[in-house]
Design a protein around this ligand. Structure first.
Ligand code: GLN
Length: 305
C-alpha cells in the first residue's frame, strides 16, 4: 500500500496545484450550488487498506455512478432479461441522447446511457419507486457496510426538471421496454440522488475488482459473468462518448456522474473513487480524470499496456 499511497498523494498534490478547468453541471439546478473546487480521491485495495486525500468525507450525489450498482442489482435478479432489454454497445452519443434508440425499436444500446439506465431502474424489484429505491439502498448497504441516504433537494430538483428523462421513459414505454413510466423514472431519479463520499464509493466498488465477491466480507454480490459484464461495459460505455479517450489515457473501467464523482476499477487489485465537480464537455469530472490518469500512469495500472 505504501507505493500506492505515495502515488495517490503525488497525484492529488499535482492536480490540486493545477489550474481548474471545466464547469459544474447546472441543468439539474441543485447541482449548480456545489463548491466547484472540491477535490477528493480514495483508493482501497482487496485487503481493505485504504488511503484518501482531499475532501474525502464531503458528500456528493452518485448521479450516473449509481448506474453501475443498479445494473449489478438487476443482473443478480435476472441477467437474461436485462440484456434482452438493454444492449452492450457504445452509442458514441452523449448520455442524454435519444439516439440511436429512435431507429432501434426504442431499445437502449447500453445500460449506462440514461435511456438504458432508466430501463434498468424499472427492473429493480419493488413494484413502485419507493420500494424499488429501498431495495437499491439495501443493495448499497450490503456493498459498503454503511447505510447511504438520498438527498431530498437533489431528488426534487431532478424530478422537477427531468423532462428529457421522462421523455425517454415514455419512449421506452411506447415500445414496451418498461412497464410503468413513473416508477422507472422516479426510481432512477432517487438512485441518482443518493449521497456518498469518495471513501465510501471506493468501498462500494470493491466487489467489482474481485470477480463479484466482496473481499472484506467474503459475500458474493454478483456472479462472475455479471461482474465481467459490468466492468467491461464500464470500460466501453462508462464515460459515454469519451470512453475511447479514457481507455487510452487511464485504461481502466470507469463510471462517471455529473456531480463530479468517478469510480474506477482495477481488476484483481483495487477500487478508486475520485470527486471534483467541474466537468468536461462530455460530462465527466475533469480533475477526477486527471487524478485517475496520473495514478494509472504512476502505478502502471492500465489494462491495455
Ligand atoms: N441524473 C442525471 C441525469 O439523468 C445523471 C446523468 C449523469 O450523471 N451523467 O441526467
Amino acid at each position: 500500500m505504501k507505493t500506492t499511497e505515495a502515488a495517490v498523494q503525488k497525484a492529488y498534490e499535482t492536480v490540486r496545484k493545477s489550474a481548474p478547468s471545466g464547469e459544474v453541471a447546472t441543468y439539474i439546478p441543485e447541482l449548480a450550488r456545489i463548491n466547484p473546487d472540491l477535490l477528493a480521491i480514495s483508493v482501497i485495495d482487496l485487503q481493505g487498506n485504504q488511503c484518501s486525500y482531499g475532501d474525502a468525507e464531503t458528500q456528493f450525489t452518485l448521479q450516473s455512478v449509481s448506474k453501475a450498482f443498479s445494473l449489478a442489482l438487476v443482473l443478480q435478479e435476472n441477467a437474461a432479461a436485462v440484456f434482452d432489454t438493454v444492449g452492450f454497445e457504445p452509442t458514441g452519443n452523449p448520455f442524454f441522447s435519444m439516439l440511436p434508440m429512435e431507429s432501434e425499436h426504442g431499445k437502449p444500446r447500453n445500460p449506462f446511457v440514461n435511456s438504458g439506465a432508466i430501463a434498468v431502474s424499472s427492473m429493480i424489484p419493488g413494484g413502485n419507486a419507493k420500494s424499488s429505491y429501498a431495495n437499491f439502498l439495501g443493495f448499497l448497504e450490503q456493498i459498503c457496510e454503511e447505510k447511504p441516504v438520498m438527498d431530498v433537494d437533489t431528488h426534487r430538483s431532478e424530478s422537477e426538471t427531468g423532462y428529457r428523462n421522462r421523455a425517454m421513459a415514455n419512449f421506452l414505454k411506447q415500445y414496451g421496454w418498461i412497464e410503468d413510466v413513473d416508477t422507472a423514472v422516479e426510481t432512477y431519479f432517487m438512485q441518482c440522488s443518493t449521497l456518498t463520499n469518495v471513501r465510501q464509493l471506493a468501498r462500494m466498488g470493491l466487489f467489482l475488482a474481485n470477480r463479484g465477491i466482496d473481499p472484506l466480507t467474503q459475500k458474493r454480490i454478483v456472479d462472475e459473468e455479471s461482474c465481467r459484464a459490468i466492468v467491461t461495459l464500464m470500460t466501453t460505455c462508462g464515460t459515454y462518448d469519451y470512453a475511447g479517450r479514457v481507455a487510452i489515457e487511464i485504461g481502466l473501467p470507469c463510471k462517471s456522474g455529473v456531480s463530479g464523482g468517478i469510480l474506477a476499477i482495477v481488476p484483481g487489485k483495487m477500487s478508486i473513487a475520485a470527486f471534483a465537480p467541474r466537468l468536461g464537455t462530455h460530462g465527466n469530472s475533469e480533475a477526477g480524470m486527471e487524478l485517475l490518469k496520473l495514478i494509472s500512469e504512476e502505478l502502471s495500472l492500465s489494462l491495455f499496456q
